[in-house]
Write a protein that binds this ligand. Structure first.
Ligand code: DVN
Length: 245
């Protein structure tokens, strides 16, 4: 059994690296072996609950975020609708469309004290501990993505929930705090509504918190847009992005 288990773990970490490399190589001109090494050093041999976000600094240095001015899209509680949209309309880019975001999207990984392996099971869950391998990664890459945000930026927020903007989300606790008024002209909220539900609107109190969080010099706008309108727009290749909302 020990051997079988060992082989199973070995195989899963091999699959993990293969997935990482395959996804990475879609981004032409990137040194994926170098990026993999910088990634691994963040967590290998460590207690998976004691990986601070700074552990990924060398990874960010190995694969820096290139700003996509006027095209950057943030999101919170709108994962599916935002990604369906950017998959079809390339005039907007989310973190998960960038190299690091897309390579690790939907994956779980961690190390173990005294081991040089990458594990893909038995890792802490998102809320099990603050400094877990996966959560610290998303916090770190989100910070880096937000730091380079420039021009007019967009955030899709969920208009079907009571607090579309939460200070405890990654968007509220990490990204908004790193928006730089010297680079960013405006933040444009697309509040995604659903006709059949009792939805909030741009006067929602949590959006006042968002405006308070924005540093002076960053303009704020909000628009209510129905999910069906967003989907219709992204499914029609002829419609320019500027006409989606
Ligand atoms: O702007 C985006 C993007 O740049 C991103 O990295 O951060 C922003 C979105 O984060 P958010 O504001 O915290 O939004 P959500 O919708 O609360 O959470 C985003 C994701 O973080 C979730 O979809 C979870 O990822 P998963 O498991 O679907 O791949 C993850 N997450 C957040 N809270 C979680 C959690 N996963 C499990 N349990 C939780 N409590």
């Amino acid at each position: 059994l020990g051997i079988a288990l060992g082989v199973g773990l070995y195989r899963s970490s091999e699959t993990f690296k293969t997935t990482f490399m395959n996804r990475c190589e879609k981004f032409e001109g990137s040194d994926c072996e170098k990026i993999w090494t910088a990634f691994e050093q963040a967590y290998l041999g460590k207690d998976p609950c004691e990986v601070p976000m700074e552990a990924y600094d060398p990874l960010i240095a190995a694969a820096p975020f290139e700003p996509a001015c006027n095209r950057m899209m943030f999101w919170s509680k709108t994962k599916d609708v935002a990604h369906e949209f950017t998959a079809k309309k390339h005039c907007f880019t989310t973190l998960e469309d960038t190299l690091l975001g897309s390579v690790l999207n939907d994956l779980t990984w961690c190390g173990k004290e005294g081991s040089g392996e990458t594990f893909t099971s038995g890792c802490p869950r998102w809320n099990d501990c603050d400094n877990n391998t996966v959560r610290s990664f998303w916090n770190r890459v989100s910070a880096a993505f937000a730091e380079v945000a420039c021009g007019d930026t967009t955030v899709m927020l969920n208009g079907s929930i009571a607090t579309p903007f939460s200070l405890y989300s990654i968007f509220g606790s990490i990204e908004v705090k790193r928006f730089n008024p010297e680079k960013m002209r405006s933040l444009n909220v697309v509040l995604v509504t659903q006709q059949e539900r009792n939805t909030t609107n741009c006067t929602n109190l949590s959006l006042k918190d968002l405006q308070k969080e924005l540093r002076e010099g960053i303009k704020y706008n909000c628009k209510e847009v129905s999910e069906s309108q967003i989907q219709e727009c992204s499914s029609n290749p002829e419609t320019p992005c500027g006409a989606c909302w």
